[in-house]
Ligand binder design. Structure first.
Ligand code: NI
Length: 621
């Protein structure tokens, strides 16, 4: 029997309904679940997060009020071979909802990968496979976990599995991902924690270049840059109260969870003394990285970095090195580890101001006057390391009401090994014997809009061209075409750069000073279409990437574009399924789901570490 559930009196009073769970609340939620479900010591906790209250509760909250606190909990009962999702009331100390998870698996936990690594490094078939490749010392082998996906094999739907990919290092601090140990793939039964089999797709040489990128490993360094100081002698312009932030006319809250990482809440703009809501909640919903390589088991490589890895778990503690300059405020996070123990990550979220050049300028030569205003932006960011890849998730707020999302992609390429003289068909050679596989990154951002309130509508806007004729005799006329997206059946939209297409979320019942509806535009940036074929296992699991934008009616339970339990899931229920309900969208609380893709055809210059690539979009008033 586990320890008695903690009572509410033991838990600190939450200062706000959206305050993330504190360590005491995590412990209490875990104790309640262990006690009521009689879990044994092998049970693992995939998720312990705040269950956010209804919007009405959040908006009606007054400081000092009592807040009913609930936690979403996902448990892997390894002994029973089942997983469960539940809701725990921290206020009553009881489980209020509990159900088995069907059709998919919770994501793979770090604790499982560590156990799998210890296990496989004592496995005779694995050791024999290493010897075939000239490796005797298992300490020179680095193990990465990869989801098996769903390719129709019965074991993918009946078992909890993990593939392992292997890399060679001479010393522990080496760069492992540039030296794949090709073709040797252990498959682990995670619930039984046994090596099911070791697949061997054939021996290839270990690429010789160690790809050292750390300063310590360089024979010489370029001349240091001249000093550039960024100081704010009067301190920063923002104020922070717990997780609430105000800066210039902006106000919002930050939070953090294991699956989504950084989340922004209740973002609003003060306009002439009036608080005007813009966005109720903004978060990553999925980040999926499909690969093009067909060799060995690489056809299975498509990672769902939220649904299969829980990107929040991969957050960098910026105490170890921050990429930002200036007067920085850090937010710490607390998350449960796999055993349900709260683990603090100091400095997980970074916030600071940046000078951003010219906001606007105008000169009049006749009167010899020039007016210029500098732009400044507030940056809220966090960095995540998911295996070989490093992602920066950056939100920028500007003085003119613009909101920008930007993802920064860096880290080390995912590579396979090549025979001497072999040319990859679905990759690029970036170092001797090293195949950097072609791949894409698709970020889906969930934007729960609230433009001057919840009753919004979404309008598609693009250039309206007119052929030369009686109404356009000189061929210059072109106007604006606006189309209201009436229901979810029309809610799957695509960018059209040649017509400057964008979408605006309007409030039809709020007028600007000219009488038109107030609104925010979603301005797309660079983007790509899916590269995997329709009907392929990957596209069945990530059908949301088939369109750049989806608009749905708000439902608090619809958080993740590919669905809730993505690991080993054949697909859904997720975005296309929700939109099939064809709910009306005019004068409704609407959610935008915008997908940005990056096609990554690697360059030799991306080895051994990739200079940052950027992708993003803007929301403009
Ligand atoms: Ni890439």
């Amino acid at each position: 029997m586990a320890e008695a559930p903690a009572l509410q009196e033991d838990i600190p009073h939450a200062a706000h309904p959206l305050e993330p769970l504190c360590a005491e609340e995590i412990r209490a939620a875990v104790a309640i679940v262990r006690d009521e479900q009689n879990l044994d010591g092998r049970a693992l906790f995939e998720t312990v997060e705040l269950r956010e209250p209804d919007k009405a509760v959040v908006r009606g909250f007054a400081p000092g009020q009592d807040v009913a606190r609930e936690a979403n909990v996902v448990v892997i009962d390894r002994t029973a071979g089942r997983s469960y999702a539940g809701v725990v009331s921290l206020s009553t100390g009881r489980i209020s909802a509990w159900r088995p998870i069907e059709g998919g698996q919770p994501h793979v936990l770090g604790e499982e990968l560590e156990e799998a690594e210890r296990l496989v490094k004592a496995d005779p078939d694995f050791l024999a496979g290493l010897r075939k490749r000239g490796i005797e010392d298992v300490d020179q082998v680095v193990v990465e976990g990869f989801g098996v996906g769903d390719f129709g094999a019965p074991e993918e739907s009946s078992m909890r599995l993990l593939r392992l990919h292997l890399f060679y290092v001479e010393a522990p601090a080496d760069n492992p991902h540039v030296r794949p140990i090709e073709g040797l793939v252990p498959v682990i039964d995670l619930n039984a924690m046994t090596v099911m089999r070791v697949e061997d797709f054939g021996v290839r040489p270990i690429p010789p270049d160690p790809g050292h990128y750390r300063a310590d490993d360089q024979p010489t360094l370029r001349q240091a840059l001249a000093r550039l100081d960024i100081t704010q002698p009067d301190g920063p312009d923002f104020t922070v109260d717990g997780h609430a932030v105000s800066w210039q006319n902006w106000s919002f809250r930050v939070s953090f969870n294991q699956r989504e990482g950084l989340v922004l809440h209740t973002l609003g703009f003060r306009d002439g003394g009036r608080e005007r809501p813009v966005l109720y909640r903004a978060s990553l919903s999925e980040l999926v990285v499909p690969y093009a390589e067909t060799d060995g088991d690489h056809y299975r490589n498509h990672s769902f970095d939220l649904g299969e890895a829980g990107i929040g778990n991969c957050v960098n503690s910026l105490a170890l090195g921050c990429d930002c300059l200036g007067e920085i405020h850090y937010f710490d996070t607390v998350m449960a580890d796999g055993h349900g123990e709260p683990i603090a990550r100091p400095n997980a979220i970074c916030m600071h101001e940046e000078d951003y050049g010219v906001l606007w300028k105008h000169s009049i030569a006749r009167s010899a006057t020039t007016e210029v205003r500098r732009s400044r932006r507030l940056v809220v960011s966090s960095f995540y390391t998911v295996g070989n890849y490093d992602y920066g998730i950056f939100w920028y707020l500007y003085l003119d009401g613009t909101i920008e999302f930007e993802a920064k992609l860096t880290g080390v390429l995912y590579c396979g090994a090549l025979d001497d003289g072999e040319t990859p068909r679905w990759g690029q050679i970036v170092a001797p014997n090293l195949n950097a596989m072609i791949h894409e990154h698709y970020f889906n951002i969930r934007l729960d809009m609230s433009v001057d309130g919840d009753e919004n509508a979404v309008v598609e806007v693009e250039a309206d061209l007119m052929p030369t004729g009686p109404d356009n005799p000189y061929g210059n006329a072109h106007g604006v075409r606006e189309t209201v997206i009436e229901s979810e059946a029309q809610g799957a939209r695509d960018i059209k750069p040649e017509l400057g297409r964008y979408w605006k979320v309007i409030n039809p019942s709020r007028a600007n000073r000219l009488g038109g509806p107030t609104g925010y535009r979603l301005m797309p940036g660079a983007n790509i279409k899916p590269m995997h074929q329709p009907g392929s296992p990957f596209m069945k699991r990530a059908p949301f990437i088939a369109h750049d934008l989806w608009v749905t009616a708000y439902d608090a339970d619809e958080r993740f574009a590919p669905g809730d339990y993505v690991n080993q899931n054949p697909g859904g229920p997720g975005l296309p399924d929700w939109a099939a309900a064809d709910r009306p969208l005019a004068d409704r609380d609407v959610v935008l789901w915008y997908t940005m893709g990056v096609l990554h055809i690697p360059r030799p210059e991306d080895f051994p570490v990739m200079p940052v690539e950027y992708v993003g979009f803007m929301l403009k008033p």
